[in-house]
Design a protein around this ligand. Structure first.
Ligand SMILES: [Zn+2]
Length: 308
Protein backbone atom coordinates (compact mmCIF):
# COMPACT_ATOMS: atom_id res chain seq x y z
CA UNK A 1 0.00 0.00 0.00
CA UNK A 2 1.30 3.49 -0.81
CA UNK A 3 1.97 5.94 2.01
CA UNK A 4 -1.10 7.96 1.02
CA UNK A 5 -3.18 4.78 1.01
CA UNK A 6 -2.17 4.17 4.64
CA UNK A 7 -3.22 7.70 5.69
CA UNK A 8 -6.47 7.29 3.78
CA UNK A 9 -7.28 4.02 5.52
CA UNK A 10 -6.13 4.95 9.03
CA UNK A 11 -7.85 8.35 9.10
CA UNK A 12 -10.78 7.43 6.82
CA UNK A 13 -9.92 10.14 4.30
CA UNK A 14 -10.97 10.62 0.67
CA UNK A 15 -8.66 10.55 -2.31
CA UNK A 16 -8.46 13.18 -5.04
CA UNK A 17 -5.85 12.24 -7.61
CA UNK A 18 -2.51 12.65 -5.90
CA UNK A 19 -3.75 13.81 -2.48
CA UNK A 20 -5.84 12.32 0.33
CA UNK A 21 -7.89 14.69 2.43
CA UNK A 22 -10.76 14.80 4.87
CA UNK A 23 -11.92 15.75 8.29
CA UNK A 24 -9.88 14.88 11.36
CA UNK A 25 -11.58 16.10 14.51
CA UNK A 26 -12.39 19.75 13.87
CA UNK A 27 -9.90 20.21 11.04
CA UNK A 28 -9.58 19.41 7.35
CA UNK A 29 -6.26 17.70 6.72
CA UNK A 30 -4.47 16.92 3.46
CA UNK A 31 -1.63 14.48 2.87
CA UNK A 32 0.39 14.63 -0.32
CA UNK A 33 3.58 13.07 -1.63
CA UNK A 34 6.28 14.93 -3.46
CA UNK A 35 9.63 13.50 -4.49
CA UNK A 36 10.73 11.61 -1.40
CA UNK A 37 8.66 13.54 1.10
CA UNK A 38 5.19 13.49 2.57
CA UNK A 39 3.40 16.68 3.54
CA UNK A 40 0.63 17.11 6.08
CA UNK A 41 -1.41 20.27 5.67
CA UNK A 42 -3.96 21.27 8.31
CA UNK A 43 -6.48 23.83 7.16
CA UNK A 44 -6.85 26.31 10.03
CA UNK A 45 -7.63 29.98 10.30
CA UNK A 46 -4.24 31.02 11.66
CA UNK A 47 -4.74 34.54 10.37
CA UNK A 48 -7.29 35.31 13.04
CA UNK A 49 -5.55 34.11 16.17
CA UNK A 50 -3.37 36.28 18.36
CA UNK A 51 0.34 35.85 17.94
CA UNK A 52 0.66 34.25 21.39
CA UNK A 53 -1.10 31.13 20.11
CA UNK A 54 1.03 31.13 16.96
CA UNK A 55 4.20 31.39 19.02
CA UNK A 56 3.07 28.49 21.18
CA UNK A 57 2.30 26.45 18.09
CA UNK A 58 5.77 27.15 16.70
CA UNK A 59 7.37 26.19 20.01
CA UNK A 60 5.33 22.99 20.09
CA UNK A 61 6.41 22.00 16.57
CA UNK A 62 10.04 22.86 17.27
CA UNK A 63 9.98 20.72 20.40
CA UNK A 64 8.56 17.79 18.39
CA UNK A 65 10.79 18.22 15.33
CA UNK A 66 13.58 15.86 16.40
CA UNK A 67 11.35 13.13 17.83
CA UNK A 68 9.09 13.00 14.76
CA UNK A 69 11.90 13.67 12.27
CA UNK A 70 10.13 16.71 10.82
CA UNK A 71 11.94 18.11 7.78
CA UNK A 72 10.12 21.43 7.65
CA UNK A 73 7.25 23.35 9.14
CA UNK A 74 5.51 26.36 7.65
CA UNK A 75 2.44 28.45 8.34
CA UNK A 76 0.24 30.73 6.29
CA UNK A 77 -2.89 32.57 7.35
CA UNK A 78 -4.93 29.58 6.14
CA UNK A 79 -3.08 26.62 7.59
CA UNK A 80 -0.03 24.79 8.83
CA UNK A 81 2.18 22.44 6.85
CA UNK A 82 4.59 19.79 8.10
CA UNK A 83 6.91 17.72 5.90
CA UNK A 84 8.73 14.46 6.68
CA UNK A 85 10.79 12.07 4.56
CA UNK A 86 8.68 9.35 2.98
CA UNK A 87 10.29 6.68 5.10
CA UNK A 88 9.06 8.45 8.24
CA UNK A 89 5.44 8.62 7.08
CA UNK A 90 4.22 6.56 10.05
CA UNK A 91 5.69 9.18 12.39
CA UNK A 92 3.73 11.84 10.51
CA UNK A 93 0.55 9.84 11.07
CA UNK A 94 1.21 9.93 14.84
CA UNK A 95 2.19 13.57 14.71
CA UNK A 96 -0.99 14.59 12.86
CA UNK A 97 -3.11 13.61 15.88
CA UNK A 98 -0.82 15.61 18.20
CA UNK A 99 -0.81 18.66 15.94
CA UNK A 100 -4.57 18.64 15.68
CA UNK A 101 -5.09 18.41 19.42
CA UNK A 102 -2.52 21.17 19.92
CA UNK A 103 -4.34 23.44 17.46
CA UNK A 104 -7.55 22.79 19.35
CA UNK A 105 -5.93 23.43 22.74
CA UNK A 106 -4.56 26.73 21.45
CA UNK A 107 -8.03 27.76 20.26
CA UNK A 108 -7.05 27.95 16.60
CA UNK A 109 -10.25 27.58 14.57
CA UNK A 110 -10.63 24.73 12.07
CA UNK A 111 -13.61 23.65 9.98
CA UNK A 112 -16.01 25.90 11.92
CA UNK A 113 -14.44 29.04 10.45
CA UNK A 114 -13.88 29.79 6.75
CA UNK A 115 -10.13 29.65 6.27
CA UNK A 116 -10.39 32.19 3.46
CA UNK A 117 -12.40 35.01 5.07
CA UNK A 118 -12.47 34.00 8.72
CA UNK A 119 -16.26 34.08 9.03
CA UNK A 120 -17.99 31.35 11.08
CA UNK A 121 -19.80 28.83 8.91
CA UNK A 122 -22.21 25.95 9.48
CA UNK A 123 -21.71 23.79 6.44
CA UNK A 124 -18.63 24.12 4.31
CA UNK A 125 -17.29 23.43 0.83
CA UNK A 126 -13.88 21.94 0.34
CA UNK A 127 -11.74 23.72 -2.23
CA UNK A 128 -8.46 22.26 -3.39
CA UNK A 129 -5.75 24.88 -3.95
CA UNK A 130 -2.64 23.21 -5.37
CA UNK A 131 -2.05 20.31 -2.95
CA UNK A 132 -4.02 21.70 -0.02
CA UNK A 133 -7.70 21.18 0.80
CA UNK A 134 -9.39 24.17 2.43
CA UNK A 135 -12.79 24.42 4.10
CA UNK A 136 -14.61 27.53 2.88
CA UNK A 137 -18.14 28.87 2.93
CA UNK A 138 -19.91 28.67 -0.42
CA UNK A 139 -19.30 32.36 -1.20
CA UNK A 140 -15.54 32.07 -0.76
CA UNK A 141 -15.55 28.76 -2.61
CA UNK A 142 -17.22 30.26 -5.66
CA UNK A 143 -15.01 33.34 -5.48
CA UNK A 144 -11.86 31.20 -5.37
CA UNK A 145 -13.08 29.03 -8.22
CA UNK A 146 -14.11 32.04 -10.33
CA UNK A 147 -10.73 33.70 -9.70
CA UNK A 148 -8.97 30.53 -10.72
CA UNK A 149 -10.86 30.17 -13.98
CA UNK A 150 -10.17 33.80 -14.86
CA UNK A 151 -6.46 33.54 -14.20
CA UNK A 152 -5.79 30.13 -15.66
CA UNK A 153 -6.29 29.17 -19.28
CA UNK A 154 -7.16 25.64 -18.22
CA UNK A 155 -8.27 24.49 -21.66
CA UNK A 156 -5.10 25.53 -23.48
CA UNK A 157 -3.89 21.96 -23.32
CA UNK A 158 -6.38 20.77 -25.88
CA UNK A 159 -5.03 23.09 -28.56
CA UNK A 160 -2.48 22.00 -31.06
CA UNK A 161 -3.49 18.35 -31.04
CA UNK A 162 -3.89 18.16 -34.81
CA UNK A 163 -0.66 20.05 -35.50
CA UNK A 164 1.03 17.87 -32.93
CA UNK A 165 -0.23 14.79 -34.72
CA UNK A 166 1.13 16.11 -38.04
CA UNK A 167 4.49 16.78 -36.36
CA UNK A 168 4.59 13.24 -34.99
CA UNK A 169 3.64 11.88 -38.42
CA UNK A 170 6.43 13.83 -40.13
CA UNK A 171 9.11 12.74 -37.66
CA UNK A 172 8.05 9.08 -37.74
CA UNK A 173 7.99 9.19 -41.53
CA UNK A 174 11.58 10.48 -41.55
CA UNK A 175 12.63 7.71 -39.16
CA UNK A 176 10.86 5.11 -41.33
CA UNK A 177 12.66 6.46 -44.41
CA UNK A 178 15.99 6.15 -42.58
CA UNK A 179 15.11 2.57 -41.63
CA UNK A 180 14.25 1.68 -45.24
CA UNK A 181 17.38 3.36 -46.58
CA UNK A 182 19.67 1.48 -44.19
CA UNK A 183 17.87 -1.82 -44.73
CA UNK A 184 17.98 -1.57 -48.54
CA UNK A 185 21.68 -0.80 -48.38
CA UNK A 186 22.26 -3.83 -46.15
CA UNK A 187 23.19 -1.85 -43.06
CA UNK A 188 22.07 -2.84 -39.59
CA UNK A 189 18.76 -1.00 -39.34
CA UNK A 190 16.79 -2.48 -36.43
CA UNK A 191 18.06 0.18 -34.03
CA UNK A 192 16.15 2.89 -35.93
CA UNK A 193 12.97 1.48 -34.38
CA UNK A 194 14.02 2.75 -30.96
CA UNK A 195 13.99 6.28 -32.34
CA UNK A 196 10.47 6.08 -33.76
CA UNK A 197 8.42 6.54 -30.56
CA UNK A 198 10.86 9.18 -29.36
CA UNK A 199 10.63 10.95 -32.74
CA UNK A 200 6.83 10.80 -32.54
CA UNK A 201 6.88 12.32 -29.08
CA UNK A 202 9.34 15.01 -30.11
CA UNK A 203 7.46 15.82 -33.32
CA UNK A 204 4.22 16.08 -31.39
CA UNK A 205 5.76 18.42 -28.82
CA UNK A 206 7.58 20.61 -31.37
CA UNK A 207 4.40 21.25 -33.30
CA UNK A 208 2.63 22.48 -30.22
CA UNK A 209 0.79 19.37 -29.06
CA UNK A 210 0.60 19.04 -25.28
CA UNK A 211 0.40 15.73 -23.40
CA UNK A 212 -3.10 14.34 -23.88
CA UNK A 213 -4.81 11.16 -25.03
CA UNK A 214 -4.16 12.21 -28.66
CA UNK A 215 -0.43 12.44 -28.04
CA UNK A 216 -0.34 9.09 -26.28
CA UNK A 217 -2.24 7.45 -29.13
CA UNK A 218 -0.02 9.06 -31.77
CA UNK A 219 3.16 7.97 -29.98
CA UNK A 220 1.77 4.45 -29.60
CA UNK A 221 0.26 3.87 -33.04
CA UNK A 222 2.32 5.86 -35.54
CA UNK A 223 5.65 4.10 -34.84
CA UNK A 224 3.98 0.68 -34.88
CA UNK A 225 2.26 1.45 -38.17
CA UNK A 226 5.26 3.03 -39.85
CA UNK A 227 7.74 0.48 -38.60
CA UNK A 228 5.58 -2.38 -39.92
CA UNK A 229 5.01 -0.42 -43.14
CA UNK A 230 8.72 0.28 -43.62
CA UNK A 231 9.65 -3.35 -42.91
CA UNK A 232 7.05 -4.57 -45.41
CA UNK A 233 8.18 -2.03 -47.99
CA UNK A 234 11.79 -3.16 -47.65
CA UNK A 235 10.76 -6.79 -48.05
CA UNK A 236 8.64 -5.93 -51.07
CA UNK A 237 11.41 -3.91 -52.66
CA UNK A 238 14.00 -6.65 -52.10
CA UNK A 239 11.74 -9.22 -53.74
CA UNK A 240 11.02 -6.76 -56.55
CA UNK A 241 14.74 -6.32 -57.29
CA UNK A 242 15.27 -10.07 -57.07
CA UNK A 243 12.48 -10.79 -59.54
CA UNK A 244 13.67 -8.11 -61.94
CA UNK A 245 17.09 -9.77 -61.80
CA UNK A 246 15.54 -13.12 -62.64
CA UNK A 247 13.72 -11.52 -65.58
CA UNK A 248 10.21 -12.14 -64.23
CA UNK A 249 7.31 -10.21 -65.69
CA UNK A 250 4.82 -9.13 -63.00
CA UNK A 251 2.51 -6.32 -61.95
CA UNK A 252 2.83 -4.41 -58.67
CA UNK A 253 -0.43 -6.00 -57.57
CA UNK A 254 0.91 -9.48 -58.15
CA UNK A 255 4.06 -8.62 -56.23
CA UNK A 256 2.16 -7.27 -53.20
CA UNK A 257 -0.32 -10.11 -53.15
CA UNK A 258 2.33 -12.84 -53.52
CA UNK A 259 4.62 -11.38 -50.88
CA UNK A 260 1.72 -10.83 -48.42
CA UNK A 261 0.49 -14.39 -48.90
CA UNK A 262 3.95 -15.83 -48.39
CA UNK A 263 5.11 -13.80 -45.39
CA UNK A 264 5.65 -16.99 -43.39
CA UNK A 265 7.16 -18.99 -46.25
CA UNK A 266 10.58 -20.51 -45.39
CA UNK A 267 12.28 -18.73 -48.26
CA UNK A 268 11.27 -15.35 -46.83
CA UNK A 269 11.87 -16.37 -43.24
CA UNK A 270 15.48 -17.04 -44.04
CA UNK A 271 15.87 -13.55 -45.44
CA UNK A 272 18.18 -11.44 -43.37
CA UNK A 273 15.30 -9.04 -43.05
CA UNK A 274 13.31 -11.23 -40.69
CA UNK A 275 15.93 -11.16 -38.04
CA UNK A 276 16.16 -7.40 -38.35
CA UNK A 277 12.38 -7.00 -38.17
CA UNK A 278 12.23 -9.10 -35.00
CA UNK A 279 15.08 -7.09 -33.52
CA UNK A 280 13.36 -3.94 -34.70
CA UNK A 281 10.29 -4.79 -32.62
CA UNK A 282 12.48 -5.21 -29.55
CA UNK A 283 14.01 -1.78 -30.22
CA UNK A 284 10.52 -0.38 -30.75
CA UNK A 285 9.51 -1.64 -27.31
CA UNK A 286 12.53 0.06 -25.77
CA UNK A 287 11.53 3.29 -27.52
CA UNK A 288 8.03 2.95 -26.06
CA UNK A 289 9.40 2.52 -22.56
CA UNK A 290 11.15 5.89 -22.91
CA UNK A 291 8.36 7.84 -24.54
CA UNK A 292 4.94 6.39 -23.68
CA UNK A 293 4.69 7.18 -19.94
CA UNK A 294 5.45 10.83 -20.69
CA UNK A 295 3.11 10.96 -23.72
CA UNK A 296 0.22 9.56 -21.73
CA UNK A 297 0.87 11.72 -18.66
CA UNK A 298 -2.51 12.89 -17.59
CA UNK A 299 -3.89 16.31 -18.16
CA UNK A 300 -2.99 18.75 -15.45
CA UNK A 301 -5.82 19.62 -13.12
CA UNK A 302 -6.62 23.27 -12.48
CA UNK A 303 -4.79 24.58 -9.45
CA UNK A 304 -7.97 25.60 -7.67
CA UNK A 305 -11.05 23.44 -7.72
CA UNK A 306 -13.84 22.19 -5.58
CA UNK A 307 -13.72 18.74 -3.99
CA UNK A 308 -16.95 16.86 -3.42
ZN1 LIG B 1 -15.29 32.70 3.51
Amino acid sequence: MSKLGIFKKELELSRDGDIVYGRCGDYIVTFSEQNREVELFVDARLGRVDSGAIDELKAFVQASAAGYKLVSFSMTSTGASVVVAKKNASLLLEFSALLISQLKTLGIPGAGICSNCGQPMGSYNIVRIANHAHACDSECASRLLAGASRQQPVYVRQQGSFLGFMGALLFVLLAAAAYAYLALNSYFCAWVAVIMPIAASLGYALFGGKPCAGKGTSVLLLPLLFFSGAAFFVLLYSVYLHWIDLGYVFSLRELISLVSKNLTAPVLKSEYLYKQVAEGFVFLLIGYIFSLPQAFSKKQQPRVRELS
